[in-house]
Ligand binder design. Sequence first.
Ligand SMILES: [Zn+2]
Ligand SMILES: [Zn+2]
Length: 886
Amino acid sequence: MDSREQADDEPTLEGGYDPEAVESRWQQRWIDADVYAYDGDEKRDPNTVYSIDTPPPTVSGSLHMGHLYGSTLQDFAARFQRMHDGDVLFPFGYDDNGIASERLTESELDIRHQDYERREFQERCREVCAEYEAEFTEKMQNLGTSIDWNNTYKTIEPRVQRVSQLSFLDLHEKGREYRKKAPAIWCPDCETAISQVEMEDDERGSHFNDIAFELVGEDAPRDEFVISTTRPELIPACVSVFVHPDDEENQDLVGETARIPIFGHEVPIIEDERVDMEKGSGVVMCCTFGDQNDIEWYQAHDLPLRVAIDESATMTELAGDYEGMSTEEAREAIVEDLDDEGSLRDRWEITHAVQVHERCDTAVEYRVSKQWYVEILDHKEEYLEAGREMDWYPEKMFARYQHWIEGLEWDWLISRQRDSGIPFPVWYCADCDQPIMAEREALPVDPLSDDPPVDTCPDCGHDEFEAEEDVFDTWATSSLTPLINAGWDWDADAEQFTMDSPELYPFDLRPQGHDIISFWLFHTIVKCYEHTGEVPFDATMINGHVLDENREKMSKSRGNVVEPDEVLADYPVDAVRFWAASAAVGDDFPYQEKDLTAGEKLLRKLWNASKLVDTLAPADPDAPAELEAIDRWLLAELDDAVADLTAHLENYEFAKARDRLRTFFWNTFCDDYLEIAKTREDNPSTQYALRTAHRTFLELWAPFLPHVTEEIWQAVYVDETAALEDSSIHVRDWPAPQGYEADLEAGETAMEVISALRRSKSENQLPLNADLESVAVYGPIEGFEDAIRNVMHVEDLTVLADQPEITTAVAAIDLDYSTLGPEYGSKVGDIDAGIETGDYEIDEDAGVLRVAGEELGADLFEVEYERTYSGTGEMLETESAVVILE
Ligand SMILES: [Zn+2]
Ligand SMILES: [Zn+2]
């Protein structure tokens, strides 16, 4: 057996740290031993359970840096809380229905959903998703996060379908849903209605076209007028022309009739205040439908529908010669024909914001169709209030939630004309269209294959029904994750909703990215609030995005995407986690190799320090009767660090916690204390302090660096027969301050003095245990005199009551020439000369420098001082002490 094989097997401090072998070994063992399992059957106390509503990744591709970063932050919180308070639910789910996974399936198999029977297409989706999920799970497990892999769900699984359909029925019963035939936002590429949140602005190039419309009738006040449009392909769909009531120039048109060029149909000219007079000629056409204004006019003025564009953005019969063309083709063809006909008066290029579907970047259309909506516009205030009740980390993210709600214009459209989703549990009477809801007990149902719960329509008595063919919007289900995780269900006997694990709800934390505040967070609050009357989360932690090294957004088109696989091939997971803790939560931050390298160095430092501690102290030394000052000081400092770290981690301040711990561990413990400990071999006080600190450091690092801390913990402190679920460092209690008292300032000053003396010895090539005859210290070191004497082998240590004679002389004066030059011009030479020859005066009270007959303000110069000691011996200065070495 070679040493490497041995390292693969048993934790040991021998040799160097081998993260490759160690990390995968622990990842597997943690899963095998269910170290992170949440036992929902045991009676849990809601006050100590910490539940996280983790974001189920959309199955649309592979794991990216955003997943890695987000789940690592969640894991910091989960690991800290598990040690701090005990029971943590850290579940995992996949969002594997809806347009994203359908589009993935289409591109992966090179098929179109329209070409398949629904069931068959759904099968294809399940297969593709299953493959992606298996790969994703493996990659997630390779990150070593403390997810409970027994607590997982898929949004398409029957249990979740039941929850989702129950939600639909409950909202319907509560009067929070309606079905309506009305204009809706439509994606012609996905061929479905979509909701407001799925639209985003995209800057695109286009043309403004000035088109002349003729007026009809002999009495018309003029022959024609001009309208400007970016969408000439909509002229066959034109139903009216609008003029603003304040538009004096065009007032004569109101009440007249316009004839549409090429197509020849006639439309009324109406006045309406919604016209933007600043745009083009001030006269606009209203079509079925170019934008939201068109919809408002259509509704307000009871205009007819002229549908020239079908569900796939192809021109309809109404478009005459242009029938069958795509909207883009028709746009060009119509412009050309308008030009031939003499109706095109001008055309120029512009760029403007186009509203597109965020899944496919296709420009949206508006179509009249029958859709299901969740009523939300009337509860905006409630949802805002619910947002205010949560703690936001960082606080500033609440503003995004607020802006989204304030900008809401549409109720939430939840029906999708797609295949792979959760079906509506609804049938309609074939005669009177009365909706027939499924019974709660029967859920989940698929109305396409299941029968309705009635034989005849309760309204008209008709006995034929039509199944609802639409499926739910994917967010209609993923917005239920707190209820899914808590096991929400309908209890038919008790006739009420229940939860399997009521102690989980409301959840302690909703972690997620800032890009889905309007999608996931908002809709979850809507659903859970309407169902339970409660805000579903105590707190939400909103993480930023990972940028590239130049702080640019990562994107395939820029070619600057960093893949987690590449990173993990080069760096240990623990080092990647060290980097993930480098930014304040909520800030976008760059992927930087220097942070990973720093992380790697830290792992080595922790490893080597552990080996050193192992040579200096037995694993479990007895507590000494009394600790010596220097050792008590270390443990008091440790208490201080524990208190700080606990507060930081409770507030999701991972970067502050990491930096505080690193500085204390590296500078105070490794650089100072361990060096001292080396000179105090076999001292029981030091041995006890060393071990206490070492155990505590491992515990404090555990949430950040779970692999290396487990390896060292198991190698040093755990009997090999212990069961991992009990012996893992990750199930230990989070350290609490032990109440060690010491004058921290005096200890820190003593530490500075010791460091200064150690440096001096090594600069003078003296061994560290060389005797120093006489050392005098001016500074607060009370109580640590013996420590300095012992550690640095000082024969005679004096504490000075007064500062030693130190003369301060000006070493140099730095001038700010960038301001001095423009202000003093040719005088600068004289100023320089004055300083050179010492012919100047510094007036410290006035903060000015008098030289060459001028008086320079404080912003123009900086004085460097040199301090010299004129007594006997050598002076060493530290931050808070002066040391005289004789
Ligand atoms: Zn689309
Ligand atoms: Zn009926």
